[in-house]
Design a protein. Structure first.
Length: 359
């Protein structure tokens, strides 16, 4: 294979968006999680585009027909936020009468996942991803106007199977005549993890024994809702780099849960988009820089004839990611991605390590 062709293959391999399910995802998935870069071995008897396996967040070229791709992965996301709640009134701009509650929340999410992909044709592949989550959360708070210097500490954790994802992707264009590669996809997330309404709850009381809220006994490992995500990915090789982008919409089904006397919860749908560029240092090492953003719409709660909405109109989650990939053998790559949250609700940092294997 010529030097020019090898360069094209290496550059195209890094055109995958650094990606939280989950938890992310987020869930984030997550909200939360799906970020890295990879290079597959060039083959002289194949179209270079089909020689590059789709790794991570469905941003690459589809898997070759009749071939499996196995991808174990591990990620750690850390979040640290401070919230100030004020209940009172202002006498003058410098004097507040009432109660100020300051709380600090630290959350660590560890996700181990196994993904399996299979190429049915040169343009169509299907995949399944099974995650396992471990979540630790610490809450430190102090009621400032109670006259106590002692912080109240609460710890909670959760561990178990997350939401399993099944996806299918189809390559719509061949990237010829100056056009980008366009890949259409559909991802389905099943509520196999323990959702927020599946875990036990306890009532929080104030110093006088009055109930002031409800707290979960443990952290949920799943969303508790079915979700469907159609989307498009774009890859445009332009020497000496590759430009990429993606756009998708997450439609979440509402469920009858959350209220003892019957009610329906409708989680807000999500609009996701991302863009970036990849660059190959040589035939084995590649680097990518990308940005991902999610807009989560307002959640609504219905009980009998009453309708309630969440306090936030919408939630913005944006992350800037840096990815580095090294091809270890002809069939194995190792990729490392570091993501930094740039919006208030995004995880402070996330580190993802993946080992895609193409036997």
């Amino acid at each position: 294979m010529s030097t020019k062709m090898l360069s094209f293959v290496s550059l195209l391999a890094v055109a995958i968006t650094p990606g939280l399910t989950e938890a992310a995802q987020a869930d984030k998935d997550t909200i939360s999680t799906d970020r890295s870069t990879a290079i597959s071995a060039p083959k002289q008897d194949h179209d270079p585009a089909t020689d590059i396996a789709s790794i991570t967040a469905d941003r690459g070229i589809v898997t070759r027909p009749g071939r499996f791709s196995i991808e174990p992965s591990f990620s750690h996301a850390h979040s640290n936020s401070t919230a100030v709640a004020i209940e009172g009134y202002t006498v003058i701009p410098a004097l507040l009468i009432g109660l100020i509650n300051i709380s600090e929340i630290q959350r660590d999410i560890f996700v181990g996942a196994m993904s399996l992909k299979y190429g049915f044709t040169s343009k169509f592949e299907a995949a399944i991803r099974v995650p396992y989550l471990s979540i630790n959360e610490d809450l430190r708070e102090r009621e400032v106007f109670q006259g106590t210097p002692v912080d109240t500490l609460r710890e909670s954790s959760g561990e178990g199977l997350g939401d399993v994802e099944i996806s299918a992707r189809y390559q719509l264009t061949d990237g010829l005549a100056g056009w980008p590669y366009v890949i259409g996809g559909l991802r389905v997330r099943a509520p196999t993890g323990e959702g927020p309404y599946d875990v036990d709850q306890r009532v929080i009381e104030d110093n006088q024994g009055n109930p002031i809220g409800i707290e979960l006994e443990s952290r949920p490992t799943g969303s508790g809702f079915w979700a469907f995500e159609p989307g498009l990915s774009f890859i445009y090789p332009t020497d000496p780099a590759v430009l990429f982008g993606n756009l998708s919409y997450v439609w979440t089904l509402k469920e009858e849960q959350g209220f003892e006397n019957g009610g329906t919860v409708d989680p807000g749908d999500i609009v996701r988009f991302g863009f970036g560029m990849g660059f190959a240092f040589n035939e084995r090492t590649s680097f990518s820089l990308g940005y991902d953003h999610s807009v989560i719409r307002k959640t609504t709660f219905e009980r009998n004839i009453d309708l309630f909405e969440s306090n936030f109109d919408r939630i913005q989650i944006g992350s800037l990611s840096f990815g580095l990939s090294q091809r270890l053998t002809q069939s194995t790559s190792l990729s490392l991605t570091v993501s930094i949250g740039v919006t208030e609700n995004a995880p402070n940092s996330e580190i993802t390590l993946k080992l895609p294997i193409n036997p």
